[in-house]
Design a protein around this ligand. Structure first.
Ligand code: 5RP
Length: 235
C-alpha cells in the first residue's frame, strides 16, 4: 500500500467502530479528512450520529457532506474521537498539531470517552520528537513565553530550535487566534514530564503532546493494517 492507501485503510477501519447514535469528535488533517468523507457516506446511507469538529476546516468539510454538527457547549461529553497524528509511539503517546489544530483537537479528544488514532506507517516511531513539537501560545508576550518554553524544556533534557510557525511570510494564526512555536527537539525521552511542564507555563495555551488520551491506533502499513490497543488508565 502507498502512504495514501495506508491513510485510507486506517480511516476505513475506524468507520467500523462507529455505531448508530454515537456522539463523535471529528479530527483534522488529511487522514481525518478521509474518515470524515467515509462518515458522510455512511450518514447518507442512514447512519445517525452527532459530531463536534476540531477545526474550521473540518467543520466546513463536514457541513458540505451533510454531517450533523453540534458544539461542546451543547454536547459536552462525546463517545469517541477519531483523529490523525504527526507521531505516535507504542504507548499511544502522540505528537499532534502539524495542521495547527492541536488545542481544539485536545479539548475534543479529552471530552470523549475514547480516542482512535488513524495514521500511515510513517507516523509510528520508537521515541517521539523527530516531528517538531507544536506549542500553541497566546499572542500577548509570546517572545517571553518562548523563552520560558526553552528553559522548561531544556530542564527536561529537550534542546533544539524553537521556531515561530509562519505561513505566506506572516505568523501562522490558529482557529483560536493564537500563535504556534515548533520545537525541534529531535528526541523526547520523557514525554509525560515535558507535557506537564509545558502545560504549567503562563502564555502556553496548549501543546501537541497527547498523553493517555488515545486507546486505539489503526495504522496502515505497506503489508496491511496494524492495531495497537492500550489501557490508557493502567499503563
Ligand atoms: C492537525 C493534526 C493532524 O492530525 C496531524 O497533523 C496529522 O495530519 P495528517 O493526517 O494530514 O498527516 O494534528 O493539527
Amino acid at each position: 500500500m502507498t502512504p495514501d492507501e495506508q491513510k485510507q485503510a486506517a480511516a476505513d477501519a475506524a468507520l467500523d467502530h462507529i455505531e448508530d447514535g454515537m456522539l463523535l469528535g471529528l479530527g483534522t488533517g488529511s487522514t481525518a479528512a478521509r474518515f470524515v468523507d467515509g462518515l458522510g457516506r455512511k450518514i447518507s446511507a442512514g447512519l445517525n450520529v452527532l459530531c463536534v469538529p476540531t477545526s474550521k476546516a473540518t467543520e466546513t468539510q463536514a457541513s458540505q457532506l451533510g454531517i450533523p454538527l453540534t458544539t461542546l457547549a451543547e454536547t459536552p461529553e462525546l463517545d469517541l474521537t477519531v483523529d490523525g497524528a504527526d507521531e505516535l509511539d507504542d504507548k499511544l503517546s502522540l505528537i499532534k498539531g502539524g495542521g495547527g489544530a492541536l488545542l481544539r483537537e485536545k479539548i475534543v479528544a479529552t471530552s470523549s470517552k475514547r480516542m482512535i488514532v488513524i495514521a500511515d506507517a510513517s507516523k509510528h516511531v520508537e521515541t517521539l520528537g523527530r516531528f517538531p513539537l507544536p506549542v500553541e501560545v497566546i499572542p500577548f508576550g509570546h517572545g517571553s513565553t518562548r523563552l520560558k518554553i526553552k528553559a522548561a524544556s531544556s530542564a527536561c533534557g529537550c534542546q533544539g530550535d524553537i521556531v515561530l510557525r509562519m505561513r505566506d511570510g506572516e505568523p501562522f494564526v490558529t482557529d483560536n487566534a493564537n500563535l504556534i512555536y515548533d520545537c525541534h527537539f529531535g528526541r523526547i525521552e520523557d514525554a509525560g514530564t515535558l507535557a506537564q511542564v509545558l502545560s504549567s507555563i503562563a502564555g502556553v495555551a496548549d501543546h501537541g503532546l497527547f498523553i493517555r488520551t488515545a486507546d486505539l491506533a489503526l495504522i496502515g502499513r505497506p503489508g496491511g493494517l496494524q492495531t495497537i490497543k492500550v489501557d490508557k488508565w493502567h499503563e
